[in-house]
Design a protein around this ligand. Structure first.
Ligand code: FAD
Length: 358
């Protein structure tokens, strides 16, 4: 990971201050209504949308430790803002790494000030039950049809990264394209009960024309899936950020038992986080990584329940953050969920029943 930004510490400190003074106090309002545009503007102004990447020098970056800390801080302070922000900030650098020699025009477009990328990729995991379909055009472009189950950041995003499957060849191909989010793409609201301010909608595409230059990658479905599994399995910083926030709030309730739970969980989360990041640094694939991911989500569930216990019935009022965290923890469980992650989560649930019975 390149470390060309000299002021990583100052950047993290600025994010911590913004998270404490703006994101956290506004988190319930953002959840009840919508993530405000100014949150994304603040992050963009500090180079946090593309980790400092610019069209001129897309390789400028911050350290991986700083990236993780920033993600933890934003997620812990305002899960809705984090979800909108991460669509762009997590995806653009990996696209740049993949296509770094000469970023194609659409990718350079989303590096410009004011641009914000949203992602419509998760339905690819449901192929062939549910996915966008691509048909080739004579000019090398594609026609894309179908619906997208989830798209976060609608109303703020200027571009969409979409994945569609073509069955024209011998084996299915995934077409990944980056297009402006305009009137050709319809949007419908979703009756969500978690991350309700994240501006998440479903999209409809009816013969949307994708120009050849808008296509970033075409690859076999098998190779797309193999790569996706590697990135989808493994605990991510936002889970630890929210866990850390809940530990802090538990501690601040002042009851001796809540403080005891906070102390115990503070240490446990710290160890889980250290092991998870060490595992990710070693490559982060396989059963260890998967077990850490499932364990991190289980821990977050226990912690968010504990905060509700500490707050009592008032924890379920819309003016209380305990209920926001409990619902966000549920979302983090399913975010980027692969078939393998789901199996591991359900196996863990079966094992918990065994423990409960004994
Ligand atoms: C609030 C919110 C915002 C989101 N924002 C985005 C976004 O901006 N962009 C985006 O791309 N996605 C987004 N998602 C999707 C999210 O990241 C997850 O992928 C999604 O929640 C997983 O659930 P699903 O219902 O879509 O998938 P499911 O269809 O339930 O599938 C999940 C996994 O389980 C497997 N599976 C499903 N059924 C079976 C079965 N019967 N047997 C075996 N395996 C099975 C699937 O193959 C897949 O791998 C969002 C989701 C939510 C709730």
């Amino acid at each position: 990971m390149t470390t060309e930004r000299a002021d990583g510490g100052a950047l993290v400190a600025a994010v911590e201050e913004y998270a404490t003074e703006v994101l956290l106090p506004g988190a319930l309002e953002a959840d009840r209504t919508e993530v405000p545009r100014r949150h994304l503007e603040w992050l963009a102004e500090r180079g946090l949308l593309s980790w400092g990447a610019t069209a001129e020098d897309p390789r400028v970056s911050v350290t991986l430790d700083d990236q993780r800390r920033v993600s933890e801080l934003i997620a812990g302070a305002c899960p809705n803002t984090w979800l909108v922000w991460t669509q762009h900030s997590a995806v653009v650098p990996s696209l740049l790494a993949l296509l770094s020699d000469d970023p194609p025009a659409p990718l350079r477009d989303v590096l410009r000030p004011g641009a914000l990328l949203g992602v419509a990729m998760s339905d690819l995991r449901g192929y062939p039950r549910r996915n966008l379909r691509a048909r080739p055009r004579a000019d090398g472009g594609w026609l894309v049809d179908g619906s997208v189950s989830w798209f976060t950041g609608h109303g703020l995003c200027t571009h969409v990264l979409l994945g569609a499957v073509s069955e024209e060849g011998e084996e299915p191909q995934v077409v990944v394209a980056l297009v402006p989010l305009d009137e050709r793409i319809g949007a419908s609201p979703l009756p969500l009960v978690a991350l309700t301010g994240s501006r998440t909608v479903s999209l409809t595409l009816d013969g949307v024309e994708i120009r050849p230059e808008e296509v970033l990658v075409t690859q076999t479905y098998a190779s797309w899936s193999e790569r996706d599994l590697r990135t989808a399995d493994g605990p991510q910083p936002h889970v630890f950020g929210l866990a850390e926030r809940i530990v802090d709030e538990l501690r601040s309730t002042g009851s001796a038992e809540a403080v005891e739970a906070a102390d115990a969980w503070g240490e446990a989360i710290g160890r889980l986080r250290a092991r998870s990041y060490a595992e990710a640094d070693r490559g982060g694939e396989g059963d260890v990584s998967l077990a850490l991911k499932v364990g991190a989500h289980e821990a977050l569930g226990v912690l968010s329940d504990a905060l509700v216990s500490a707050r009592g019935g008032r924890g379920l009022l819309e003016t209380e953050r305990a209920q926001l965290y409990a619902r966000a923890a549920l979302f983090f469980r399913v975010q980027g969920q692969s078939a393998r992650v789901r199996r591991a989560q359900l196996t863990a649930a079966a094992q918990a029943a065994q423990t409960a019975r004994d």
